[in-house]
Design a binder for this molecule. Structure first.
Ligand code: MLT
Length: 266
């Protein structure tokens, strides 16, 4: 395996605790703050950690070729430096792509994988080209406006009408990002391979959770992962779109707490 040297990433402690940590990996075009509602709903006990991908939050934008492999290697290094042993990992959408890269490249650091609103397959040619166009637009416009509409398009209409603050909270997190960082993430996602085979070989429990109305990684993508990993638990959250952690934080916290408990030593 070729390792990719890059500046360090930071492990954030979202909640102190004891026992097997739960590591949370965020979606695009957001950062670790998207997990705050879930963390607030999680039972106290284990440490809850998060790492921002290169280019997200205040993580550096690296000069290397954009790649989620680079992110996975840096997450591994960050966990090592912070002194954390094997962790239960949960990734939402882009966070799921990073989690699968981590599972492929550093399986020894993982004791279970929760994949939320994500997919294990690669992009179609059209999807890849769309990402690269958006990356170019982010850089040319020097603004995040090319992705700001995702605040309204990712959650389901039901979630938006149930919580009038939801779209504004997502927008606030998008506006806190840097265009060059988001462009790097888009290009890294465009370059990712199909990682469906990783699911079959991974030790430990696998949870697949998806919003019933997810317009980006629909239920069929979740089912595809469950076919590849027969003992995976599948949870479909009714009435929820692509950002289950923000739309249904209590349901997601309950699912993650049960998943993390299954990752504990027997
Ligand atoms: C995300 O939520 O991380 C993105 O929508 C993922 C993607 O564009 O595939």
């Amino acid at each position: 395996m070729t390792r990719h040297p890059a500046p360090p990433l930071q492990v954030r402690t979202l909640r102190e605790g004891h026992g097997r940590p739960l590591l949370l990996l965020h979606a695009f075009p957001l950062d670790h703050r998207m997990w705050h509602p879930v963390v607030a709903a999680l039972p106290h006990g284990r440490p809850v950690l998060a790492v921002d991908t290169y280019g997200a939050g205040d993580a550096p934008v690296v000069p290397t070729t954009p790649s989620l492999d680079v992110v996975a290697d840096a997450v591994r290094d960050a966990l090592d430096v912070a002194g954390y042993g094997p962790v239960a990992v949960a990734g939402l959408s882009m966070g799921g792509y990073v989690a699968l890269a981590l599972a492929e490249r550093h399986p020894d650091i993982i004791r279970g994988l929760a994949l939320l609103d994500t997919k294990s397959s690669a992009d179609s040619t059209e999807a890849r080209e769309r990402r690269l166009r958006v990356a170019d637009e982010l850089l040319t416009e020097r603004s995040v406006s090319a992705v700001l509409g995702m605040a309204a398009s990712l959650p389901s209409p039901e979630s938006v009408s149930a919580d009038p603050t939801l779209t504004a909270r997502i927008e606030e997190n998008i506006l806190a990002q840097r265009p060059e960082g988001l462009a790097w993430c888009q290009r890294a996602m465009a370059a990712r391979p199909d990682r469906t085979a990783v699911l079959g070989g991974l030790a430990g429990p696998v949870l697949v959770l998806v919003g019933e109305e997810d317009p980006v990684t629909p239920v069929s993508d979740a089912e595809h992962m469950v076919v590849a990993r027969r003992d995976a638990e599948l949870i479909i959250v009714p009435g929820v779109g692509h950002l289950s952690a923000l739309e249904a934080p209590t349901a997601v916290a309950e699912a993650l707490a049960a998943f993390a408990a299954r990752c504990d030593p027997a």
